[in-house]
Structures are given as C-alpha cells and as structure tokens.
Design a protein around this ligand. Structure first.
Ligand SMILES: Nc1ncnc2c1ncn2[C@@H]1O[C@H](COP(=O)(O)OP(=O)(O)OP(=O)(O)O)[C@@H](O)[C@H]1O
Length: 624
C-alpha cells in the first residue's frame, strides 16, 4: 500500500478548510451529495455526445446509509467514478476541481448543473469525520481503488474490489465532545432533514432507508418498526416546472411546506428570467403580518439556490426593506459563489436580480390594486404601515416607487382611497390635499378643525397610523399637489363668512389678554375662520404638528418636542359673548374661562390636560 502526503499547501489548506471556511458542519452532506450529482451528470453529458452510452435514468441515484452502531455514514453513487490518477489529483490536491476541468474539457457551456468548481467541498467531510474512505471504480475501468485519509496527515491509496462503476464515501463520525454533538449526524431524522434542507432539488434520487412505526400484523394496538427505502428529495423544484402545469393549490402547498406563513398567500409570482442573468423565482405576497414582523427578530429575505442547491436561507439583499414582507425562493445558475457557498463573491449579479425582483413586486402590487381591490385592501391592512415606513425611511429615496401603493381612509368615500383617486376628483379651486391626523377614524371625524374643509365639500384623508404624517412630510406633494394638515394655520381656503363675518382685528385686546394669561402654552390666540359649530380648537404654526408632538413624546427618548399651538376661538359662538362679558366686567372670571377653553381644546386634540384637578375644580366653580 502506498502512503502519500498531501502537498504542503494542501496541508495548510486542509487545516484552514476544516476550521474556518464553513460555519455549519451540516453542509458536509450537501457537498458530498453535490459531488455525487456532478458525477452522475458527467455520465449524462458523455451520453449526449457518445451514441454507445445509453443513459437510463433509473440506474442513476445517490444512496445514503447510516450505521449508528459503528458511527458510519456512507454516501454512494452510480456516477462516473474516479481512477487512481483522478483520486490522487482530485482528492489529494486541495483546490483542484475535476468537475471544473470536466466542464472545460467537454466544452460544456450550459453545463450549469455541474455544481463543483472550487475543489474543496469534499474535505468538508472532515468537519464531522475523523476518517474518510473513498472506494471508486471509474467509468470504462476494470479496477477499483480505495482512498483513505484521517485528515492532515495524508492519505493512502490501494487497489480494491468493487462490482459496479461509481463511488462510495464512508465517513467515520467523530466522537461527541462536551462542546460539540456529533452523535446527531448518526440520527436518521437529522440526516433526512439536512438532505431536505440543502439537497431537495438535486436532480437524481437520494435514497435512504427510513424507519417508520406501523401497526403490527395480527395484533391490536401494537406497533413495529418497519424499514423501507425512500427517495428523500423532491428532485424537480416547483420553480423549474412549467407554469401552465401548476395550479394555485401547488403554489399554496409549497408556501405551507416551506413554512413561509400560516396564512394563504394573497398572490404568487412565478418568474423564469432568461436575460443576461438567468434565474427562476417564486415570490409570495402574504396575507397576514407574521407575528414577529415589526420586531427585531424578523429576518427578511428570499431563499437562494444555485443550480438547485440551497446556498442561503434568507438572502436579505434580494429584497428592498420596504418589500421585506415578500417570501419565496430564487434559483440562479449565474451566481458567483464563494468557496464556502455561504456568501456570494460579486454582488453584481445579485443586485441585478434584486432590481428585477423589486420591479416585479411593485408591478404585481399595482395590478392587485387595480384589478383585485378587495385583496389589495387585505394586503394593505397587514403591510400598509410597512410601505409607509418605506416612504419615510432613507430620506424618501423610495417614495417614487411607493407613493402609488399608498391608501388612506377618506372622509367622503368612507373607505380607503389612493392618492391618485383623491387628486383626480379634486375640484378645480382646491389647492391642497387635506389630511387630518388622529387616533381613530371616529375621533378625527369629530375634529372641529375639519369643519371648514368639509363645508367646502373637500375630501379629507384620515391619518391614523403613527407613521402617516411623517411619511407625508417626506412625500411633500403628489402630482404637484401639496399636502396640508387640517390643523395648519393657513388652509389656503377663503372662508365664506358673509353671514357671520370674522374680523381678525376686532377684539385684539381680548385675545392679547388671553394669550398673556396662557403664557407660553400657546403661540397666539386668534379669531377662528375655520370653526363653525365648535367654540374652540387648536391649530399649529411651523413644522411640528400637534399629532407629531404626541408621537414624538411617546417615544422612549423623547426630547420634549412641542408644536407651536394657536388657540382659535369661534367669535360667532354663544360662548364668545360670555367671554366678552367677562373680559369687560370680571377679569378673574375671564381667566377662568380662558383656562377652561384651552383645556377643552387640548381634550379635543387628545392631548393630556396639565392639571386635571384644577380643571375639574374650575368646572365646579362655574356650575355653582
Ligand atoms: N462522488 C464523486 N464521484 C466522482 N468524482 C468525485 C466525487 N467526489 C469528488 N469527485 C472529484 O473530486 C473533485 C474534488 O471534489 P471537491 O468536492 O473537493 O470539489 P468540487 O466539487 O470540484 O468543487 P467545490 O469545492 O466547488 O464543491 C471533484 O471536482 C470531482 O472531480
């Protein structure tokens, strides 16, 4: 028996390999199964050009045997096998890929199904094994060879016997240590799961003996273990199947199988792109918000496959954050993988796929909005808030993509409407898109600030999500129409006050006195042009609205931001006569009234009253 040492570089590399390239030990099986699949593919490619070879699909498969008692896992295939030279070159020289060479030698340009390219995957066997034996008989060869290695020390090669062409790799699994559990790799269940996770779409059957409990014949209530060979992998991924052959149900089953969510997806998109970068994808728009969606734990991303082998469970770079709710898979043959297949080398291809996916999702949502309104509203109920965050984040960089997907409740339509619908029915004399922010639709409905706008017959959009007003500030305008809060000081409306004209210069002293008695609680007190039925309301000057003040102050590290509030008084309301009377005859009463009106305005806005006890005492004073 010849004993050979790994070449010096190989020794270092092997050490590196075992200890640092891969982060998950379980990928050893992915690598060895991928090698077997490549070996079968090579026969397949040979058969394509050589009429003497017939490729009978049933004869080609991978077999996994687990021998728990002897701590052995055997991966055998009926692939092309290796002769002595190939065993030496491919397994004795690290970073030499026979598969890459095969592609070159055979000028296989579209041989993307061949997975191997770096010449290192095989050595990942040493992540879990302390001894690896390879028995191989090459295609068209009479002799078989056994290659054996315990790791860095080197390997031995000797002739042996093997009946059929192909390769058998036997791993002697390491003993478990305090820190690491290796025993689990001897569990049928673990092995099956690893195969499903990484190698489900390998094109050839991966067979394995599976133990199931079955009722024992001739007994009642007794069960026995029955061992049966099963094909573990699904082989043809759904995304490679013809769309016309698939029903909605198939897509829904895949969604459930992959545990993308407990809901039924609202929409799926099946893409087969054959451009500069080829890829297949299935994307899902879920119906319900995952329970952890708005938490740090939620990980967005699509499952990424390369030639049917799973590379990444959640590739976040494939989705923009604002479409982070989308689930699904992408499979591309054109990705530049890095050596561990855990990360990608160049992100150029990935970026191009991501851009394409972003546009597809956007168009799909637009179509949903246009053609399946009810479904879109269901989707919007779950993820509308997320889209609005998308508008707000990154300084509005994505507002163009998202603005047409937004919806808000309309005062007129009493349902969700889009900005486009709002703008298209704006009367000619209406300058702004009006909105009112508040806790709920009911509360906003009753806001006195909306009186004038409603009187004019203008529509108001109701903002009930925290993020709404912030997003709109970033959006600034839609189709050249600016957004305007109903609480804003200047509504851009000429009030029709012909019946009860409001002269802003009248009662100036009274308002100045009111302002002084409220000191810095308000910026100004003035006669209102917007109030119709209510005696009082707050409006605001400047950039921070009252609603924003509420939201910002509810945040954990609030800086005590304040809106510049203006107390507006309805001079045509009966109350104003009492106010005037008190101003002329009883200044203490006037101050009492001022305080009450201010607190009423706070209550209407849903703002806290600074001193509720004083407020109720003052009410009692008046009732006396
Ligand atoms: N089961 C097998 N049957 C036939 N040849 C094999 C088998 N396993 C490995 N080989 C040969 O050994 C070479 C090295 O395998 P290894 O897994 O280290 O690298 P690779 O598959 O070429 O590339 P990668 O590191 O990208 O997986 C392969 O290219 C192939 O030529």
């Amino acid at each position: 028996m010849e004993r050979k040492e790994f070449k010096a570089e190989s020794k270092r590399l092997l050490d590196l390999m075992i200890n640092s390239i891969y982060t998950h030990r379980e990928i050893f099986l992915r690598e060895l199964i991928s090698n077997s699949s490549d070996a079968i593919d090579k026969i397949y490619y040979k058969a394509l050009t050589d009429d003497n070879i017939t490729f009978n699909k049933d004869d080609y498969y991978v077999n996994i045997d687990v021998d728990k008692d002897n701590r052995l896992i055997k991966i055998s295939d009926t692939g092309i096998g290796m002769n002595k030279e190939e065993l030496e070159n491919n397994l004795g020289v690290i970073a030499k890929s026979g598969s890459l060479q095969f592609k070159k030698d055979n000028e296989i340009k579209d041989g993307h199904d061949i997975i191997g390219q770096f010449g290192v995957g095989f050595y990942s066997a040493f992540l879990v094994a302390d001894n690896v034996t390879v028995i191989s008989k090459a295609f068209e060869s009479d002799t078989a060879y056994r290659w054996e290695s315990k790791g860095v020390e080197g390997y031995t090669i000797e002739e042996c016997s093997k009946d059929s062409v192909g390769t058998e790799i036997t791993l002697k699994i390491k003993e478990s240590t305090e820190d690491e559990d290796f025993d689990k790799y001897l569990e049928e269940y673990t092995i099956r799961n690893i195969i499903k996770k990484y190698s489900d779409f390998i094109r050839y059957p991966i067979k394995m003996d599976v133990t199931t409990k079955k009722p024992k014949e001739g007994t009642e209530g007794e069960f026995e273990d029955v061992v049966q060979e099963e094909t573990i992998n699904s082989m043809v991924p759904i995304w490679r199947k013809n769309k016309n052959e698939l029903k909605d149900e198939d897509y829904e089953n895949f969604y459930a199988e992959k545990h993308y969510g407990f809901d039924k997806p609202i929409k799926h998109v099946h893409l087969s792109v054959d451009g500069m970068i080829r890829y297949n994808a299935i994307l899902y728009i879920p119906e319900k918000t995952p329970y952890d969606f708005y938490t740090k734990e939620y990980q967005q991303g699509l499952e990424l496959y390369s030639s049917g082998v799973m590379i990444m469970e959640k590739c976040s770079d494939l989705l923009p954050d604002y479409f982070g709710f989308v689930k699904g898979v992408v499979d591309s043959e054109d990705l530049s993988l890095n050596i561990s297949r855990e990360i990608l080398q160049h992100d150029r291809q990935l970026k191009s796929i991501a851009k394409n996916i972003k546009n597809k999702i956007k168009n799909e949502l637009k179509n949903l909005l246009k053609n399946e309104r009810e479904n879109y509203e269901k989707f919007y109920e779950s993820f509308g808030r997320h889209l609005k965050y998308g508008v707000y984040s990154d300084f509005g960089a994505n507002k163009e993509v998202l603005q047409d997907l937004l919806m808000f409740y309309s005062s007129k339509e009493k349902k969700l409407v889009t900005l486009d619908e709002y703008v298209s029915r704006m009367p000619e004399d209406q300058k702004y898109i009006y909105y009112a922010a508040g806790e709920s639709i009911d509360r906003i409905d009753k806001l006195p600030q909306t009186d004038l706008i409603k009187d004019k017959g203008y529509e108001i959009l109701y903002f009930t999500d925290d993020v709404d007003e912030f997003a709109i500030r970033v959006l600034m305008n839609y189709k050249e129409k600016e957004f305007k809060s109903v609480s804003s000081n200047d509504l851009g409306i000429e009030a029709d006050d012909s019946e009860n004209p409001v002269d802003e210069n009248e009662n100036k002293d009274l308002f100045t006195f009111m302002k002084e008695s409220l000191s810095d609680k308000v910026k100004a007190v003035k006669a209102s042009k917007r109030l119709k039925k209510h005696p009082v309301c707050l409006s605001n000057e400047g950039d921070v609205s009252i609603e924003m003040e509420k939201i910002l102050n509810a945040m954990p590290e609030s800086q005590g931001v304040k809106a510049d509030k203006v107390l507006e008084i309805n001079v045509n309301h009966d109350i104003f006569n009492s106010l005037k009377d008190a101003y002329e005859n009883d200044k203490d009463k006037f101050k009492l009234y001022t305080g009450l009106l201010y607190n009423q305005a706070l209550l209407i806005e849903g703002l806290p009253i600074e001193d509720p006890v004083e407020f109720t005492n003052n009410m009692c004073k008046i009732m006396k």
